[in-house]
Design a protein around this ligand. Structure first.
Ligand code: HEM
Length: 413
């Protein structure tokens, strides 16, 4: 049991901006306290852009159960996370998408989009992804000293997801620039004002309309073309087509980039694990990618709504109450993970929650894993040493667990 109550500031963006690099930038003692003493507690928020209140659940077993129980914990009753604004929440003025649907509605939308993510489709992407990884590493080696977060981690998903989504090469930097802006609304270095978040969302929505038009005229085997086809035969409504494009744009790039940066930082802090991975750099094992995603926990939480009154850990939950699934805490729960604070690339089993575990579990997890694997393979094969040459600088945000800067120097092989 945790003996003393730490000051609880898990929803304060500064906690993450000033995160402790020895605990992955996360307030792990605060999470442990919650799991021991208050596994379900009512958090009140005092900010017009955040929810009024939510029940925060932090133990792995509870999170696993809640995420799988769409009947008691609905996704279609408003809000995705602690933010009140999002372009993909139809209950609050946004477009509908699979992440905010349940039951047959959810299955229909997920079914259509998942055609763009079959193992065959992902396999076909491998050669192109490897090409992107190679050229990113080429540029990094030319520089010698660089910012891993911006120059390497962020560069990979821009190209890879550009392909998956079918965004023309020339538009990729602009497209993911909008995504960056609304993914970090609390970090003024990335998003100087809340108005810019709204503007970026509007610009992305306008661009998405143009992209859909382009793919109508020139279809490919990318996901947007799949969505356009489903729109044409009315499997998806016009609004769902737009919602799906916005969902894919907003969820996929930041998360993968953050996992790569957090993973590199953990490797730099754990030379034994770096050596272990170097020895396996011809075929980076799945366990390594899963462990990186666990410690990175790129999205700290998601929110559901209780569909009826019930009790959880002695607390009376009412129908309509918001439940905040603190996945990041669950990923460090000692009830489930042996030595949860240890970075162990061979960890197996590793039932982490970073991709979710229920009907909404991440549809792009194989794409994300492939991007990470190929990038690490290229980087480790073509260097003999990677050294951290400056402090890690975290993004100021409580939802997305991001790295703003990670200065490194490499020695070419
Ligand atoms: C390391 C990178 C990523 C992480 C950590 C991540 C994490 C997540 C999480 C936690 C969820 C919600 C799970 C739940 O509520 O149970 C989710 C949903 C989703 N993710 Fe990812 N994601 C990543 C990358 C991607 C990529 C690359 C794509 C697409 C190319 C993608 C597409 C989606 C979609 C479409 C959903 C909604 C699924 C549904 O509602 O049925 N994600 N992701």
């Amino acid at each position: 049991m945790t003996s003393t109550k730490p000051e609880l500031r898990i929803f304060d963006a500064d906690t993450y901006a000033n995160g402790d690099p020895t605990t992955y930038g996360l307030p792990l003692d605060q999470y442990a306290y919650l799991q021991d003493e208050e596994p379900c507690y009512l958090q009140e928020f005092d900010d017009p852009i955040l929810l009024d209140r939510a029940w925060v659940v932090s133990r792995h077993a509870d999170l696993w159960a809640i995420d799988r129980d769409a009947e008691l914990y609905a996704a279609d009753r408003g809000y995705i996370n602690m933010w009140k604004f999002t372009p993909i929440d139809p209950v609050n003025g946004g477009k509908p998408c699979m992440l905010t649907s349940d039951g047959a509605d959810h299955r229909r939308q997920r079914g259509v989009v998942s055609r763009g993510f079959t193992p065959n489709v992902v396999k076909k992407l491998e050669d192109r992804f490897r090409g992107y990884a190679r050229s990113i590493v080429d540029r990094a080696l030319e520089r010698g000293t660089f910012d891993f977060a911006r120059d390497v981690a962020a560069a990979m998903p821009i190209q890879a997801l550009g392909d998956v989504l079918g965004v023309p090469e020339a538009d990729r930097v602009k497209f993911f620039g909008w995504v960056d802006t609304f993914s970090a609304p609390f970090d003024t270095r990335i998003t100087p004002s809340f108005e810019q978040v709204i503007r970026a969302q509007a610009e992305l929505t306008t661009y998405a309309t143009e992209l859909l038009e382009l793919r109508r005229r020139e279809p490919g085997d990318d996901v947007i073309s799949q969505i356009v086809r489903a729109g044409a035969d009315e499997t998806l409504s016009e609004d769902e087509v737009m919602g799906t494009v916005l969902l894919l744009a907003s969820g996929a790039a930041e998360s993968t980039a953050n996992a790569l940066s957090q993973g590199m930082h953990a490797l730099l802090r754990n030379p034994d694990q770096m050596s272990w991975l170097r020895e396996r750099s011809d075929d980076v094992p799945t366990t390594a990618i899963q462990e990186i995603v666990r410690i990175a926990s790129p999205f700290s939480h998601f929110v559901r709504t209780a569909t009826r009154d019930h009790e959880l850990h002695g607390k009376q939950i009412r129908e309509g109450d918001k439940i905040l699934m603190l996945f990041v805490a669950g990923n460090f729960d000692p009830r489930t993970f042996d030595q949860p604070r240890t970075f162990d690339l061979g960890r197996d089993p590793n039932p982490h929650l970073a991709f979710g575990r229920g009907p909404h579990s991440c549809l792009g997890k194989h794409v994300a894993a492939l991007e990470m694997k190929l990038l690490l393979e290229e980087l480790l094969q073509r260097t003999t040493d990677i050294e951290q040459v400056g402090e890690i600088d975290y993004v100021r945000d409580q939802f997305s667990h991001g790295v703003y800067k990670l200065p490194v120097a490499v020695t070419p092989a």
